[in-house]
Design a protein around this ligand. Structure first.
Ligand SMILES: Cc1ncc(COP(=O)(O)O)c(C=O)c1O
Length: 390
């Protein structure tokens, strides 16, 4: 191993949203960023740019597009063109701009709950209505209710479907067959798919990520994908992402919408970080994936052995474990508060991601093994105390 993911880095007093909004004696395992130092080439490129000392407005260099194109080709076996890339300042700002570009107030946007909660804001803040094709919980994993999906996309008011692939929080990587079925139904009913693929690089062995636009020419012309190096390389604070859209009419509309919201200026350090991450940090990512897989297996084993009241959902992708707590019979908000109070551990409550997340909690396992061991111990003692007092 070239990189030391065991190293504990003190993130307190760095304006960290995860750590500095959490009381000092509470361990934060909630928001989705990692407690690992980023790859050396990324730090070096930012340092080099810092030394220049002038940080005025920036433009996107050719190297940025090359880096994005090569990452798609080398990591995801799909050839994209420079003309398809629309650089943006985050996936959520991108989704908001896309909703604005393709929907008017009163239109409906489809999502699959439980799902990343900021999808709701992007839809509601634009005066649109949320429609949910609720995912089906099958005890071990989740699947799609296709007859309900078809029913929902048939509604003429549904203009857009925000897909999450891989899915946060249920941890699924959608198979090619599932994507094709959803895509075909959307094409048939004139619904555009925007696929949020921010978690595409954190996929565990035995699972394969398929970009929906790679499935057919028709999908490529009608669907949009959002990507970012932020989850993959722990760069969320640098506010740099891309929209991949082959249809140039769509692209014009999205560009206009991004401009209306002035959400288009690239971040001076984000540009450097994306180039170095996608060009020089694939070995870091390979090592990270091995480390995260060990974290995942350790956590699941511990819970199976020691906390039988909890059921961890199979994690195919992302570093966010989704845990069924229904046996405890406590609402997830209350449960999260109790875990914080009794176990000094901060996790995310499932209800955040939709009504059908009510019996769940979400735990971020992207931290050094020692921190993870401490986290699961705190969870264990909290659950013991909750059971004793219930
Ligand atoms: C599915 C998903 N989309 C988007 C985001 C946030 O993206 P950004 O910070 O680029 O707006 C997250 C963050 O956790 C996420 O899980």
């Amino acid at each position: 191993m070239k990189y030391n993911f065991d190293k504990i880095i003190d993130r307190r007093n760095t304006n960290s949203y995860k750590w500095d909004t959490t009381p000092k004696d509470v361990l934060p395992m909630w928001v989705a960023d990692m407690d690992f130092k980023v790859a050396t080439p990324i730090v070096d490129s930012i340092l080099l740019r810092t030394l220049h000392g002038v940080f005025g407005y920036s433009s996107i260099p050719e190297k940025y597009y090359d880096a994005e194109i090569n990452w798609w080709k080398n990591r995801h076996c799909f050839k994209i063109e420079k003309e398809w890339i629309e650089p943006t300042v985050g996936v959520i700002p991108s989704l908001s701009a896309i909703v604005q570009a393709f929907c008017k107030a009163g239109d409906k946007v489809l999502i699959q709950t439980p799902v990343y909660n900021y999808f709701n804001s992007s839809i509601k803040n634009n005066g649109c209505e949320i429609v949910s094709n609720e995912l089906v919980y099958e005890g071990e994993s989740y699947s799609i209710n296709f007859s309900d999906f078809e029913e929902k996309v048939k509604d003429e008011k549904v203009k857009l479907f925000i897909l999450c692939n891989p899915h946060n929080p249920v941890g699924r990587v959608w198979s090619k067959e599932e994507l094709k079925k959803m895509g075909d139904l959307c094409i048939k009913n004139n619904v555009i798919i925007v696929s949020d693929d921010i978690h595409r690089d954190i996929v565990y062995s035995d699972f394969v990520y398929t970009p929906i636009i790679s499935i057919s020419k028709e999908f490529l012309e009608n669907f949009i994908v959002c990507t970012a190096p932020s989850k993959t390389f722990n760069l969320a604070g640098l506010k740099t992402s891309n929209i991949i859209v082959a249809n140039q009419e769509f692209k014009k509309k999205i560009n206009r919408s991004l401009n209306i919201n002035e959400a288009i200026e690239p971040n001076v350090f984000g540009i450097e970080a994306l180039i170095s991450a996608y060009t020089f940090a694939d070995d870091w990512l390979d090592e990270l994936l091995v480390y995260l897989e060990k974290n995942r297996d350790f956590f699941i084993e511990y819970i199976k052995k020691n906390i039988p009241e909890l059921n961890v959902i199979k994690l195919e992708a992302t570093y966010l474990l989704w845990i069924d707590c229904s046996k405890l019979n406590i609402k997830s908000e209350v449960l999260a508060q109790k875990i914080k109070k009794l176990g000094r551990l901060r996790i995310a409550s499932g209800i955040t991601y939709g009504k059908n997340g009510e019996n769940f909690i979400r735990i971020n396992i992207a931290c050094p093994m020692k921190t993870l061991q401490e986290g699961v111990k705190r969870l264990h003692s909290a659950i013991d105390l909750i059971k004793a007092n219930h």
